[in-house]
Design a protein around this ligand. Structure first.
Ligand SMILES: [Zn+2]
Ligand SMILES: [Zn+2]
Length: 262
């Protein structure tokens, strides 16, 4: 079963932790221009690669698009170094099926720090080989799963040939930011204590999910996690409950990707 999780698990986790060391050269070589560059790359990998591509498209199938966008989604998610789209899909489907219950792979109820660090409980990580085989039938998903580390290496080499500092500011730092953005979407939005820091629930779901409106500039609509748990098949996390429900990613799906909304 472990092979199903690769490259989601052990090797990716080790790489993600090692990438935190890039903070030191970033502090030494960083300029405001490099900071802006890292932020733009982060928005691309988090917003389009993870939020729109992997989460709303591949996991929840909330809209339809063409293969060019599928490749862009898969590439951006791969260089975010958060695991393959197949690995993410398997874990996330299980999270929705068992949110904050015994078989949830990453509920903070089993330890906030463990959830934050992505140390999923082994017993709850028995993933469905049937879904895995179905996902592997998609040639783009299969390609990015099979050649996961090779694609990351290819990206690093291209960056290094242009300017070695781009490896830090266009890969390592955005990937570290994505690691923590993911951690927020795993641990923080499922922890009751967040209600003391502006977290709120608009919908009475059977899990412990919260919306955290002030994380919008970072998470671009994905921070409306309670709304998402209430309506996971919706292309937008905006459920019409006022300005806090503004969902920037929806407008990218509608006007830039021009996705056919289901
Ligand atoms: Zn959740
Ligand atoms: Zn989801």
């Amino acid at each position: 079963m472990r092979s199903l999780l690769e490259p989601t698990q052990i090797r990716v986790k080790n790489l993600q932790w090692a990438l935190h060391l890039s903070i030191f050269p970033a502090l030494y070589f960083g300029t405001w221009q490099y900071c802006v560059l890292s932020l733009i790359v982060f928005w691309l990998i988090h917003g389009i690669g993870s939020g729109i591509g992997t989460h709303r498209y591949y996991v929840h199938r909330t809209f339809e698009t063409n293969r060019y966008w599928q490749i862009i989604f898969s590439f951006l998610f791969t260089i975010s170094t958060s695991g393959s789209t197949i690995g993410y899909t398997l874990v996330h489907l299980k999270h929705h099926a068992h949110s904050d219950k015994e078989h949830d792979p990453h509920s903070p109820a089993n330890g906030f720090l463990r959830a934050w660090l992505g140390m999923y409980s082994k017993s709850s990580l028995t993933l469905s080989p049937k879904i895995f085989m179905r996902l592997m039938k998609d040639p783009i998903m299969k390609f990015f799963h099979k050649f996961y580390f090779g694609i990351i290496l290819f990206y690093i080499i291209i960056l290094g040939l242009i300017n070695p500092l781009l490896i830090i500011f266009m890969w390592a730092i955005p990937a570290v930011a994505q690691f923590h953005a993911n951690a927020i979407l795993i641990a923080l939005v499922h922890d009751h204590r967040i209600k003391y820091l502006g977290g709120y629930r608009s919908c009475a779901t059977s899990d412990d999910s919260y919306n955290i409106w002030w994380l919008k500039p970072l998470l671009l609509g994905e921070e409306l996690h309670n709304n998402h748990h209430a309506k996971p098949a919706s292309v937008t996390t905006n459920l019409g409950n006022g300005w806090r429900d503004f969902d920037p990613l929806f407008y990218i799906i509608k006007y830039i990707i021009r996705g056919k909304i289901k």
